[in-house]
Structures are given as structure tokens and as C-alpha cells.
Design a protein around this ligand. Sequence first.
Ligand code: PLP
Length: 406
Amino acid sequence: MINIDNIRADFPILNRQVNGKPLVYFDNAATSQTPQQVIDVIVDYYSNYNANIHRGVHTLSQEATDLYEDARLKIQQHFNAKHSYEILLTSGTTHGINLVANGFTSLLDAHDEVIVSALEHHSNIVPWQMLCERTGATLKVIPMTTDGELIMNAYEALLSERTKLVFVNHISNALGTINPIETIIQKAHEVGAAVLIDGAQSCPHIKPDVQALDVDFYVASAHKMCGPTGVGVLYGKEEWLDKLPPYQGGGEMIDQVSFEKTTYAGLPHKFEAGTPNICGGIAFGAAVDYMNAIGFDAISRYEHELLEYATAQLLEIEGLEIIGPKDLKNKTSVISFNLKDIHPYDVGTILDKMGIAVRTGHHCAQPIMDFFNIPGTVRASFAFYNTKAEIDALISGVKKAKMMLS
Ligand SMILES: *Cc1c(COP(=O)(O)O)cnc(C)c1O
């Protein structure tokens, strides 16, 4: 059970006012807010432990290293990775995808095919297009229905022995669709293809088990799950991480360096060149602890209640259309909508005047907007610290925007 008053007390930002109104923060799919428990860890790090890691003999460096490696273990446990060295700390989802896409350059040629879905964030499209340009491989796209759900028999028809890699998001940031990744992974493996899942949008709501999923790569960002910006995770199966060459060269990732020949460090350091976001990594561990203490079952149940509550009320507004799955079982607490003949940006601007933060635009997913032939949507995305009273404020704000703009 979610004790909403206790939870809200953990988030100092929820007390602030915007344009003279209490903040209603419904842009959680872009970034989540940070609880005091995580803020305290950041302050504590810079107040007491700040030092570079993995190389110092001095006490501070060892303490900072221990905290950072403890965070890696927490993240390993959270994702149920078999080995801690399969957990690479990155600067975020985008970094993780680029690392894998870069690594596949030497593994693909012009006869190969890779598969993406029509429901992706630009982060999970562009690095692969760049990979295809480098290698000559062909990019195929899993189509979707007008409800924003992937067409699975079209996916199966795309798979062949030419398919080397499949990359889809677990949950769409633009529409909230939950994709059937278990089936996607299983079918890809039947033809010998590897699978990368973009978990940026799932990790705030559910706890993925990478071993049960048997997924090859899984990426996420800390800042969407109560952690800081600039840090994230790339889980990779050991056998795949061993096959991929290093992404960036520099300190930390080497074994021996001479001008004749350099040898690389083992996992995970082979992929962690340079000084990482040490404080961010430690705070990411604290964010994982924070969310697990509340519990992902409780979080997703509560958020689903918010989704149902908001959906029912929004649909009563005449001329309002929700884009995405009609069956709420297939989506998370993200609602993308438009008011007939009104530009989403105008709705967002009026809501902001009332202290309500929503996202407007294409949500880094232009192909989805093109598919629906719209310039963008208004997106309200809920977290476990939001309330039904805040949704009531959104509903009256949308009604007011409609009146002012039509
Ligand atoms: C936010 C997001 C990304 C990009 O994450 P960054 O933290 O900006 O790297 C990628 N994919 C999805 C589905 C997202 O929601």
C-alpha cells in the first residue's frame, strides 16, 4: 500500500509553487523527481567522500570506490543480473544504446538485417541508423496498429536468419504502450538474433529480471527512477560484452599501455573509460533502494489506479482524443492526448499558468506522430507520488484550456 502523505513528504520539490499555484508535476516520463533520501546521499558524498576511484591508495579514494561498487551491486541485484561485471554504469540510456550500436560495427555486414519498432524514442532509432550506414546492414521496422500496439505477426514475418539484432523499448515514452518483450526476445533468439531492450520508461514502474527475460542487453536512466541525471545502466550478458570491442579509449579501461600496444581491462572496466559520474552512480544505488523500499508492486498498482481515474475523466471531455492502447492493461501511467483543432503547445502553456507541468510536442518520437498525422500530443505522465486531487486539477485545467482556445 502506498502511504501517499509519507511519500510526498520525501519530495521537497512537491511543496513549491509555480505561477502562484501548487506545482502539479505530470512530466514524470521526461524525468522523475528526487526524494530527500537521494539528495542526502549526494550532499553526503561531496561533504565527506569526494575522491577519484579505483586508483588511489588513500582512504578517501578507497571509501569512494567502495560506495561506487556497492551501488553497482545494488543495481545488479535490482535487475537480477548474474554477475556484477555485467552491469555497466553509463551516462544514461542514450549512452548505453550508442555503446552497443558502436560495438556491433565489427559484427555486421551488408547482408545483415536489424529490427526496430515503430514505437521508439529517437535514442533507440538514430544510433542504429548510424550503425547501418557504417555497415550496410538493413533496418526493418515492426509496424503498429492505430491503437499504438505492435503487430506481432508482422514482427515474426520480418525475422529470418539474416536478423542479427532486435531493439525495442519495453514501454513507449510517447504512448505508454507496454510491449510484449518476452515474446519479442524469444522469437528473436529462435533465429539467433540478439535483443536490446530500452527500459528507460519501464524501470520507473516495474522491476525487470534480466535473467528471467533472457535478454542480451537492457538499458535505463537513473533520472527517470528517482535518481540524478547523467547516470544510467547498461546490462549486457557476459558472452555479448566479451564479443564487443571497447567503445571509448582512455583511463580506467586499460590493462597495459605502451605506444606499441595497449591491452584492455576486463569487464566492466573495459567499457568505463575515464572518471565516471561517481556521485551519480552512488545516488543511483540510493534511488534503487528508495523505490524498492516502497515496492514495485505497490507502485505499479497505485499508478494504474491513477491511470484509470484520469483516463475515465479525460474521455468525458468532448473533442478530447487519447492516443495509445484502449485496453489499459496494455499501458502504463502515461496519457497522450489532443483536443480537437487545438495545438498541444497551447494547451501546455495554459496548464503551466495553473502550475501543471505536462509535456507537449513529439516526445522525441517523431515517427509515431507522423504515423498518426499529428504535430504532437499533450502528455501527462504520473508517478507514485501523484494524487487523484492533482488529476482533478488537470481535468479542470484541460476544460479551461479548451474553453479559452476554441
Ligand atoms: C528518456 C528515454 C530515452 C533517453 O534517455 P536519456 O536519459 O535521455 O538518455 C530513451 N528511450 C526512452 C523510451 C525514453 O523514455
